[in-house]
Design a protein around this ligand. Structure first.
Ligand code: XBP
Ligand code: MG
Length: 232
């Protein structure tokens, strides 16, 4: 799928794709924020699997409030504070070193670099969460920096809307045919496909049973994408 010479940049989703941040960091951070705010909410892994169908942590909080019959709009201000606290706990968890990059991430990046292919980040997570993952888990791997970074705050509509991918392409000044994407969720795959990109899916903890019919390739681990020419 990646053709060095034709493809100039591989766009990586973050949560679930570069690292298993959802189960190891976002979910415990949400539950810590709920307890801290004195809320009786507590999300199990099964709750979270369902809630992840809504992209964006704040949007996920609004949806949960709605699902349990609360007036989500009336709670908007207090949920904004809960979301801020969640991201603070996320940073603390990342600083503890609890969430390494997925197997093969570094080797894949170095292989892309050897083939003169850049990489970028297209995520619906908050910029602060990307910064925490980068400084705690990725920069220590001594890898090239991403050529473009698009985060949740940069777009009006989150995945599966293609806006984040379209913005990354515009910032790179490249057409969709010169890039491709690596995603772990159906929403992410649809966003990339709608922007005209070929997509490789790497299966992750919460999305492994989703439908990925529209993807060009589906693998269990990033290690399987390392021989980049074999994606063709
Ligand atoms: C990631 C998300 C994010 C994180 C939480 O989706 O949906 O919302 O779960 O991040 P994707 P924030 O991997 O498809 O980009 O709380 O910062 O929104
Ligand atoms: Mg993801």
């Amino acid at each position: 799928m990646i053709i060095p010479g034709k493809h100039r940049c591989v766009l990586f989703d973050v949560d679930g794709t570069i690292a298993e941040t959802e189960g190891h960091a976002h979910l415990p951070a949400f539950n810590r924020a709920f307890a801290e705010a004195g809320l009786s909410w507590h999300w199990s892994r099964e709750d979270y699997r369902q809630l992840l169908k809504t992209t964006g942590g704040f949007e996920r909080l609004l949806r949960h409030a709605h699902d349990i019959g609360e007036d989500a709009e009336a709670l908007r201000e207090s949920l904004l504070q809960v979301h801020r606290a969640k991201n603070r706990h996320f940073a603390t968890i990342m600083q503890s070193g609890a969430v390494p990059a997925r197997a093969g991430f570094r080797t894949l990046l170095m292989t892309l670099a050897l083939n003169n292919v850049a990489w970028g980040v297209v995520t619906t997570t908050s910029r602060a969460n990307w910064d925490a993952l980068w400084s705690c888990s990725l920069a220590p791997l001594v890898i090239p920096e991403p050529a473009v970074i698009v985060c949740g705050e940069d777009v009006g509509a989150k995945k599966p809307d293609p806006e984040a991918y379209e913005l990354a392409l515009a910032r790179l000044g490249l057409p969709a045919q010169r890039c491709c994407a690596i995603e772990d969720s159906r929403n992410g795959m649809l966003a990339a496909r709608l922007a005209g990109l070929a997509v490789a899916i790497v299966k992750s903890e919460f999305f492994r049973d989703e439908r990925f019919d529209e993807a060009q390739v589906v693998v269990d681990e990033l290690t399987e994408l390392v021989p980049v020419m074999e994606w063709v």
